[in-house]
Design a binder for this molecule. Structure first.
Ligand SMILES: [Ca+2]
Ligand SMILES: [Ca+2]
Length: 352
């Protein structure tokens, strides 16, 4: 029955007066008693339960809310008392009462919905989820194989929910999943060359970019006008024709998210830039030294014209520079270098 007495030895075998209930009923930690030991309201349930020779313990139960009691209808709260009868037939008063909840039905778990979270770092993300809904007539203890508010790795983790009620009935476990994924592409920032900027010839640009990702960049590459270039490489504008040029950076994370970012810049010679090209050409032997002063003087005239706001004369003087270079192409100026000088100067002329 799950009853115990806490003190005393119960009624003795030779008592002649009404025995006294020896103790206080208290609840056993076990689950509901066997239905076979239950009987209708007020009837004897068992006897000699304490084993004392010649004594009898009559245990009665009294439903607290009426109604019958049987194997199929024994869930709920019931109130019990005990009574002793000795060999002389003397009955003790009914003992104190004890309410017991009969519960043989396991809790039912409704797990929370599956959770999808965005990774916040290489280790995944801290994910919180709502509690499961657990239904039972009595209080329950609910457990989770992975606690809410902890770090879940990238990928899919199955969380198992368990529950047990006060009577020890164990619920069928339920599961839900926590998926941590990376859908955020890397962030690419190109600091040089500056998108939309114009660079004079002779200027060196240190190609510089950063590629970052919350989870991690797994690959990155860059091109200048379609040709591979590495981060930190120096872009020598002497090697670039006048006009627009583009650097493109592509970065990828482990999840395959890809970011492509470009910076388009313009190379346009100034008269000062053309002067530096002349000096570089002389220094490298692509322009005969005796031509240097004439070419530089012509470009100085262009500078003076522009400083005076005389655009028309600047165009005339710049055209004369072009004519001079063309006339010496293949003679005192290397033909390929002459072509570059002309292209730079013509672009400047067209812009005036
Ligand atoms: Ca239950
Ligand atoms: Ca990412």
């Amino acid at each position: 029955m799950g009853w115990e007495r806490t003190t005393g030895r119960g009624c003795g075998p030779t008592a002649r007066s009404s025995p006294t209930w020896p103790g206080t009923l208290r609840r056993s930690p076990t689950r509901s008693p066997s239905p076979s030991k239950l009987a209708p309201n007020g009837r004897l349930v068992t006897s000699n339960w304490n084993g004392d020779t010649g004594s009898a313990c009559h245990c009665y139960y009294f439903p607290d809310s009426g109604g019958g009691l049987g194997a199929d209808n024994r869930q709920g709260v019931w109130t019990y008392s005990a009574q002793f009868t000795d060999l002389a037939g003397n009955a003790s008063p009914l003992s104190n009462t004890l309410a017991i909840t009969f519960d043989s039905i396991a809790p039912v778990i409704l797990p929370p919905s599956n959770v999808v979270a965005e990774a916040t770092g290489p280790s995944g993300a801290v994910v919180s989820y709502p509690p499961a809904t657990v239904t039972d007539a009595s209080p329950t203890t609910v457990t989770y194989s992975r606690a809410s508010g902890t770090t879940f790795a990238i990928g899919t983790t199955t969380v198992t929910v368990g529950a047990v009620d006060l009577a020890g009935n164990v619920a069928a476990p339920a599961t839900f999943t926590v998926q941590v994924r990376d859908t955020t592409p890397p962030t690419v920032t190109i600091s040089a060359p500056i998108n939309g900027a114009t660079y004079d010839i002779g200027v060196s640009i240190v190609f510089s970019y950063t590629a970052t990702d919350l989870v991690g960049v797994t690959s990155q590459s860059a091109t200048l006008d379609g040709a591979p270039i590495t981060n930190g490489a120096t872009i020598n504008t002497f090697n670039l024709a006048a006009g627009l040029h583009t650097v493109t950076v592509t970065a990828r994370d482990a999840a395959g998210n890809t970011t492509t970012k470009s910076s388009t810049f313009r190379v346009r010679a100034t008269p000062a830039g053309l002067k530096s090209a002349v000096l570089a050409g002389v220094a490298s032997g692509k322009i005969a030294a005796q031509l240097q002063s004439a070419l530089i003087a012509q470009l100085t005239m262009v500078q003076v014209d522009l400083a005076a706001g005389n655009i028309a004369q600047a165009k005339v003087d710049l055209q004369q520079f072009i004519n001079l270079v063309n006339a010496q192409s293949g003679k005192k100026i290397d033909p390929a270098y002459a072509a570059k000088l002309v292209q730079w100067a013509q672009d400047l002329l067209n812009s005036l």
